[in-house]
Write a protein that binds this ligand. Structure first.
Ligand code: HEM
Length: 454
């Protein structure tokens, strides 16, 4: 990667193209991609700005330079969402914001965006803090929790209330908590199954998947029906979707709303839960950072939360969240399909080519972040933030398809950490390092932690 060339889009001569090492005759690079994808992909930016790989017989390109990634993300017409991976998500979320092609995206984004405006999500912090406080009320001093599971449960509860219905009953939330993990697991297996095969889960798992999905769908439909019947604005995201109108005054159909809700539930729960679990394990191993976070959390708890200017004083906590998202960006691999013959970084890409970038590899690149493996929340302090090269930190993507839930996710993770830190210290039960497990997200396995009251 040549950061000092001043190369930009179009300055093809300055870019370096390379082929990934170690390709095998029929398999190409499938072996390292399956066995150690994070290490493999993280090693590629030092080879070139655009690196060619083979997945079996298919050639794909990894875009490594931040300026070229920006070029891709800012041109969604040429580099569109699509490909077999996104096709498979249609079973769950139809043609909704997260997986629709360029042709449908503008209308959908215009309709959905108002539901994520700050005024509307202003009510969400109350729900987020309430749910986190309800979660920690069950912890015992000196007890052990499975922190990864607990964070998944709490973000699913928050998601159910904020996205679907703030007035949702306990029974409904339980149905979501039961069904969502089964559906997400089944979907993941389908998504990574070889392209071209009609994939079916083993019979008992398939039955559980079908039943969980049907139940989730029934629940969402019944809530949409109730909301349509009452015409009241409940202040939640679903009310926002029902009220949305496009430039021609047309709203979203019930099916479209259903698909968007599915999209939000699946996109919001695991991402924020995974980020929180990584934050807890990193803080548990960095008591100095934890102490600074606790000081802020104490001041936050004492002041009663957000002031009249919308300030919460949780600046260091946000630095911690940023550093967690740098090291473990849940959406670690982002793909695009090329729609017309084009060129990127001097590499010719015919229509139909698949390209991708990895925020995990980008954000651990030593040329962009000194000492990249170190957990150092002060990289995001006002004094040092200017040192971060443009386009080097993109855990939420960029351009017109940037994550619509970025403010929501930042609010949820920041408030959750502050709520925990005000009363608890969490410590890993063993010194064994926790290794990332790249699946649909960069997650981890079990994370047993001891809950110590401060
Ligand atoms: C830490 C938490 C999160 C991370 C790291 C994350 C990451 C991302 C990334 C990288 C993208 C862009 C993918 C691409 O360009 O192909 C994206 C898109 C999206 N995210 Fe998130 N996300 C998070 C939380 C959420 C939440 C809380 C919601 C909903 C409430 C959400 C809903 C979406 C949707 C609907 C899109 C598609 C946007 C579009 O295409 O216009 N995400 N997210």
């Amino acid at each position: 990667m040549a950061l000092t060339t001043g190369a930009g889009p179009g300055a093809a001569a300055d870019w370096t193209a390379a082929t990934a090492p170690g390709g095998l005759p029929l398999l190409g690079h499938l072996v390292p991609l399956r066995r150690r994808p994070l290490e493999f992909l993280t090693s590629l930016p030092q080879r070139g700005d655009v690196v060619e790989l083979r997945m079996g017989r298919r050639t794909v390109h990894m875009v490594c330079h931040p300026d070229l990634i920006a070029q891709v993300l800012k041109d969604p017409r040429t580099f569109d969402r699509g490909g077999p991976f996104y096709e498979k998500t249609k079973l769950l979320m139809g043609n909704s914001l997260g997986n629709c092609p360029y042709a449908d995206h503008r209308r959908q984004r215009l309709l959905v965006q108002p539901s994520f405006r700050r005024e509307r999500i202003a009510t969400y912090p109350r729900v987020m803090r309430e749910e986190m406080a309800a979660e920690t009320a069950n912890w015992r001093p000196g007890g052990t929790i499975e922190a990864n599971d607990r964070m998944h449960a709490v973000t699913a509860r928050i998601g159910a209330r904020v996205l679907l219905s703030t007035d949702i009953g306990v029974g409904h939330v339980d149905r979501i908590l039961r069904g969502l993990p089964i559906v997400l697991r089944g979907m993941y297996k389908r998504m990574v199954a070889p392209v071209g095969l009609v994939y079916r889960l083993p019979a008992p798992e398939q039955r559980r998947f079908d039943a969980a999905l049907a139940d989730l769908r029934d629940l969402i439909d019944s809530i949409i029906r109730d909301y349509r019947g009452s015409a009241e604005d409940h202040g939640d995201l679903l009310s926002g979707l029902l009220a949305a109108r496009d430039e021609d005054g047309r709203g979203l159909s019930d099916q479209e709303i259903h698909d968007q809700v599915m999209n939000f539930l699946t996109a919001s729960t695991e991402t924020t839960a995974t980020a929180l679990a990584w934050a807890l394990q990193l803080l548990g191993r960095h008591p100095d950072c934890e102490r600074r976070l606790q000081e802020e959390a104490d001041a936050f708890a004492a002041s009663g939360g957000v002031d009249s200017h919308g300030r919460d004083g949780l600046d260091y906590t946000r630095q911690v969240v940023n550093e967690v998202l740098r090291l473990y960006p849940p959406g670690w691999l982002v793909t695009r399909v090329v729609t017309v013959d084009t060129e990127l970084g001097g590499v010719r890409l015919p229509a139909g080519s698949v390209i991708f970038y990895s925020s995990y590899a980008l954000q651990r690149n030593g040329e962009l972040f000194p000492d990249p493996e170190r957990f150092d929340p002060d990289r995001w302090s006002p004094e040092r933030i200017g040192e971060v090269p443009r386009g080097a930190m993109i855990p939420f993507g960029a351009g017109s398809r940037k994550c619509i839930g970025d403010d929501y996710a930042m609010a949820e993770t920041t408030l959750a950490l502050a709520t925990i830190a005000a009363e608890w210290r969490l410590r890993p039960t063993s010194d064994t390092p926790v290794h990332p497990k790249p699946r649909a997200l960069v997650g981890m396995g079990d994370l047993p932690m001891v809950t110590l009251r401060r």
